[in-house]
Design a protein around this ligand. Structure first.
Ligand code: RTP
Ligand code: MG
Length: 139
């Protein structure tokens, strides 16, 4: 398994608010290389499938409806220590707790509309990347 990769989505709020360019710029300046990328809108079914791990959580319904509410950018990123470094770059889940200068601090409005996703483990990065991209679509 490739372990120096993570998976991200620029969520519907950040896309709608015009932050795709700024967020990609932060990601690239943060030392990440883009190895796959697409602009896509999830159906509620596909969003539910992606977030199936959160099915039992109280926020699942809202999360699925939010994530299917508009287009997103999905990407696989590469860097040494990618999982941990990317979560540092994006900041805490709740933007109110996100450190100064992080992507969520700069571009997120609420815990639901929190601008970006970042994988939480090598295993999930692999699963999430494969949800969006075939082997042919990755470098
Ligand atoms: P993500 O997966 O989006 O990178 O965020 P995360 O690991 O920091 O958070 P996670 O626990 O995986 O939750 C996934 C997304 O669900 C929303 N959420 N809402 N209302 C709540 O208490 C709550 N908790 C989580 C967030 O939008 C979070 O990004
Ligand atoms: Mg997560």
């Amino acid at each position: 398994m490739v372990t120096n990769r993570t998976f991200t989505m620029i969520k519907p709020d950040a896309v709608a608010n015009g932050h795709i360019g700024a967020i990609l710029d932060d990601i690239i300046k943060g030392g990440f290389k883009i190895v796959a990328m697409k602009y896509i809108q999830l159906s509620p079914e596909k969003a539910g499938e992606f977030y199936a791990v959160h099915k039992e959580r109280g926020f699942y319904g809202e999360l699925v409806s939010f994530m299917s509410s508009g287009p997103i950018v999905a990407a696989i990123l590469e860097k040494d220590n990618a999982i941990e470094d990317f979560r540092k770059l994006i900041g805490a889940t709740n933007p109110a707790d996100a450190a100064e200068g992080t992507i969520r601090n700069k571009y997120a409005k609420s815990i639901d509309a929190n601008a970006v996703h970042g994988s939480d483990s090598d295993e999930n990065a692999q699963i999430e990347g494969s949800f969006y991209f075939t082997a042919f679509e990755r470098f």
